[in-house]
Design a protein around this ligand. Sequence first.
Ligand code: HEM
Length: 454
Amino acid sequence: MTTTAPAPIVAGHPLLGSMIDLLNDPLAAYLRARRDHGDVVRFRAGPPGLRSDVYAVFSAEGAQQVLATRAANFRKDNVFYEELRQSVGNGLLTSQDDAYLRQRRLVQPLFTRRRVNGYAQQVAEEAVALAAGWREVPGGTVELVGEMHRFALHVVGRILFGTDVGKAFEVIERTLPPLQEYSLKRGFSPIKAPRTWPTPANRRATRLQAELYALCDGIIDNRRDRHDRDDLVTLLVHAENAEDGSLDADELREQVLIFLLAGHETTATALAFALHLLARHPEEQRRVRDEVDRVLGGPGGRAPTAEDMEALPYLTMVLKEAMRLYPSAPVIGRRSVADAEVDGVRIPAGADLLVSPWVTQRHPGYWPDPDRFDPTRFTPEAEAGRPRYAWFPFGGGPRACIGQHLSMLESVLGLAVLLREFEFEDAEAGEVPVGAGITLMAKGPARARIAPRG
Ligand code: HEM
């Protein structure tokens, strides 16, 4: 259909193409590929005969076409989504077509701004509890990534399960990380045993999955005859409309698992890197703390509410800048249905492709001095001057993140409490290196010294 140019092939090893680079450090390989070959490129990976191609789209215009304007042609049919489906089922993140539309219609009303604002109290309580725990930390040093993981898991757990969350944490913390690791490993390996074969890895994954499923099913069953609770599982169990009826038992479990999976690591990464960056930039930390103190009062002040969000614009800018430099979903994958054109380049039918917040959000065409931490990039005027998809940590188009407002609420209110109660000083030698997992992963600890205020 097109008369457009073919994508330039990224130069790699004569025999293996880009395979080693993509396995060792894909995020660095993507940045280099954009710099050396342009905004739409083609990676070839693997020895002849087993070679696979992946197209990568780095411009804001290209990302917009893939995710939004031409979304119907770019589906979630790639290996990573397939592996996720096998691990956590066909919930809102992974499903497609009619099954997806039905789920989204049933779930969307639970994520309106008003509903989500109703979770502010749980967020504030968890943040205050975390701060109280930190006051007891010997030596006053915390590892931000681990701490923020626990915080975000507690928040999403409480929102989903309400007061039943205590027992759930133990199971989730033991089963979810190894299941994610297993899916990721399978997604990256060109040759793998079918999941049904009784290899040790498959058997362990099956056992962990069964345990996690049983936990969710138990909590869901417990909510069937209950109308006196307002946790998200109860709302999901009772969600219905004339056209779609209600979610069945499998669909309910799938949504719960997807919210656990999509809703905790992502927000934890944003929070951890926001604090890591502030610990490394004392001037910015002072500025943002002044704002927090004005709104909430100093240390020991009142708990934040959803209404405070608007009064904390600089903190929101800091968070957006942290998510620019450290997007929790560094790449978003798709597969093309038919021959298409993206940003003037030909993408054949059946091609695997990815767009990358990691690269586009460091693209010097949109972000002068892209590696510098500078929250003023997110003043309303500066935002209005950039293409819509120069910053897209939450994806975009019809499959954009349903948890965006929840995550922003959780991060802004959580950070407000922590910054009000502590001063942060970096305890690492430099910026923490990162790599790509299912989400962006710190490759080492991100320690900070915390000094209680007041
Ligand atoms: C910093 C925090 C977060 C980031 C960066 C993030 C990022 C994303 C991205 C990039 C997508 C699109 C994936 C694609 O197009 O292939 C997505 C979808 C999704 N996210 Fe998030 N997310 C975050 C927080 C959350 C939270 C807190 C929840 C729920 C509690 C959540 C639930 C979902 C769901 C259900 C989808 C699928 C939506 C659909 O296809 O209709 N996310 N997220």
